[in-house]
Design a protein around this ligand. Structure first.
Ligand code: PMP
Length: 354
């Protein structure tokens, strides 16, 4: 640390991304919830057709064509959408705009407390229930913004649309932000409630169900006033936050609903089969509505299981903190990836003599 760093940033603990090996090679990479099938061929085509010469021009700061594609898919108006450089950036803008006093689950996406600290917000972390679920009763009537990942990460558990609506009604004078990074893998989106509630923001990403994590595109939806507040922040920070190539590739990806349906269906089918096989091996897994599962073995400690898998070139994610120390988070890869993991797991349990 240099002696020049602003004082309030000296104790900041940055977000730790999951390992991103330089060469994936023989590795089975199941640690950052990427999509094993990658983007739509239409997105690949848009990338191949990208015009390098056009890069002398700044991109459309509103991303109007991408916004139109999202509006059509989600059934909201273009004025109810803003795009960003990954949903991480959207979350950052949200904390800047609305996060002065903010409530979120203590066990959730690791970036919430980091944004809270970097933007000097007054964050309140609410512990999960014993079964790792989020109890919305604890968020009702809090005097500030609520942000909840639904489904939650890293647990994979989802709230119902009814519960979200109850929360919106109970907090009608404060903002409720639903981070739907994983919603396409079996949960219910709150997007239709935007027309009905002016205190709702929904955040989405192209990184998971659309297989475009490397492109860095996300978006938020809300009533026009909320979106105009978000734009006030974005246009005070980086108006050209999504580049020209990303805009074109993202729009093509969003429009290919056929590919989207096919690949998310495959991932959910893999999840079902994988959970059954892991349960056979004695693992306990909360009901996942995401492209990952959160698994606990009664026979081997979470940290040991993580390290043993890593030795066998399989990377999953481990969080060394309560109350999730016994679990590892495993991204759904292809069926072949999951078979390799299952084989390794059997071997690890056998070697552990259990
Ligand atoms: N929200 C949640 C709950 C996530 O797990 C992630 C991905 N790590 C994000 C948001 C951010 O995704 P991205 O910036 O790739 O859109």
């Amino acid at each position: 640390m240099s002696r020049f760093l602003n004082e309030e940033l000296r104790n900041l603990e940055p977000y730790t991304p999951g390992e991103q090996p330089k060469v994936v090679g023989r590795l089975v990479k199941l640690n950052t919830n990427e999509n094993p099938y990658g983007p739509s061929p239409k997105a690949a085509e848009a990338l191949a057709n990208a015009d390098a010469g056009s890069l002398r021009l700044y991109p459309d700061p509103d991303g109007s064509d991408l916004v139109a594609a999202i509006a059509e898919n989600c059934g909201v108006a273009p004025a109810e959408i803003m795009i960003g450089n990954g949903s991480d950036e959207i979350l950052a803008f949200m904390f800047m705009a609305f996060g002065k006093r903010i409530w979120f689950p203590e066990t959730s996406y690791g970036f919430y407390p980091v944004f809270n600290d970097v933007f000097g917000c007054e964050g309140h972390e609410i512990p999960l229930e014993e079964d790792l679920s989020v109890d919305i009763e604890k968020y009702k009537g809090v005097p500030g913004t609520v942000v909840i990942a639904n489904p939650n990460a890293p647990t994979g558990l989802a709230l119902s649309l009814g519960e979200i609506e109850e929360l919106l009604q109970a907090n009608s004078d404060t903002l409720v932000v639903i981070d739907e990074a994983y919603v396409d893998f079996g949960a219910e989106t709150a997007a239709p409630l935007i027309k009905k509630y002016d205190n709702l923001m929904v955040i989405r990403t192209l990184s998971k169900s659309l297989g475009l994590a490397g492109l860095r595109v996300g978006w938020c939806m809300g009533c026009e006033d909320i979106i105009s507040d978000m734009k006030r922040v974005k246009f005070s920070f980086n108006p050209y936050n999504v580049d020209r190539i990303a805009l074109a590739v993202a729009a093509a990806g969003v429009r290919d609903t056929e590919y989207f349906e096919a690949t998310r269906g495959r991932i959910m089918a893999t999840r079902k089969r994988f959970i059954a096989a892991m349960e056979e091996l004695g693992f306990t897994i909360p009901d996942s509505k995401t492209n990952f599962v959160f698994a606990r073995s009664g026979r081997i400690a979470g940290a040991d299981y993580f390290h043993e898998l890593r030795k066998r070139n399989i990377i999953v994610r481990y969080f060394d903190k309560d109350p999730i120390r016994d679990y590892v988070r495993i991204t759904m890869g292809t069926d072949e990836d999951m078979d390799l993991l299952l084989e390794a797991t059997e071997e690890i349990l056998k070697e552990a003599g259990k």
